[in-house]
Design a protein around this ligand. Structure first.
Ligand code: GDP
Length: 200
């Protein structure tokens, strides 16, 4: 795993400095604190779990090369309560630029949802955006180790029902992945799923 660039790297990446630009991409998105850094670290195989207890800290797009196969894009977290309007606007522009410039290469977005909370309103906005822009997405429910299995089952059912309403069609159960970066459950499944991208 090689990290292509760290800070505000989109332009460089687009200009071709980032070696992974021509590769197919998969991206991870989600609300701040959903467990995205931990999950990306687990999936890309970096040993140290770098986490932040300051939600909203990650403002840039991070690109990681996964061998010669593809590029993993870590999209900045959204929905932090204290975000100023300007920041939200900046975030929106960053995302829009990214989607426009990488549209053809972006194969799938994994949208992370905290298993304890289910879909929040900004997650729903995100999903509507994906639907409107024809972005293929899957759901990863994170931190499953923190939720009783009976509660988790109910939450999955509820999320699937909401996804049906948002997308206007039945959301495939196989596109909803349960994961925990702590127990590593589901991580192998996500890795396998990512590898399939090459074949798509
Ligand atoms: P991000 O803001 O979405 O990048 O989230 P982080 O990966 O920084 O995680 C936010 C908080 O959730 C940290 O305190 C992590 O230790 C914790 N966390 C992340 N993943 C898991 C998980 O799978 N299980 C548990 N119990 N906690 C997690």
């Amino acid at each position: 795993v090689g990290k292509v660039d760290q800070k505000n790297s989109l332009q460089k990446f687009i200009n071709g400095d980032g070696k992974g630009y021509q590769l197919p991409q998969i991206a991870f998105a989600g609300r701040s604190n959903v467990g995205k850094s931990s999950l990306v670290n687990s999936v890309t195989g970096r040993t140290s779990i770098v986490t932040s207890d300051r939600p909203g800290e990650t403002q840039s797009l991070n690109f990681y090369r996964l061998g010669h196969l593809l590029t993993v894009v870590d999209l900045p977290g959204y929905g932090f309560a204290y975000a100023k309007e300007m920041k939200k606007q900046e975030w929106g522009e960053l995302m829009k630029n990214y989607f426009v410039s990488c549209r053809g290469r972006l194969k799938v977005i994994y949208l992370l949802i905290d298993s304890r909370h289910g879909l929040k309103s900004n997650d729903c906005e995100m999903i509507k955006f994906f639907v409107e822009n024809n972005v293929k997405f899957k759901i990863v429910m994170t931190k499953t180790d923190l939720v009783l299995i009976s509660i988790l089952a109910k939450r999955v059912y509820q999320v699937l029902r909401e996804l049906k309403e948002l997308t206007g069609k039945l959301f495939p159960f196989s596109d909803l992945i349960l994961a925990s970066s702590y127990t590593k459950s589901g991580i192998g499944y996500i890795k396998d799923d990512i590898v399939q991208v090459e074949a798509r």
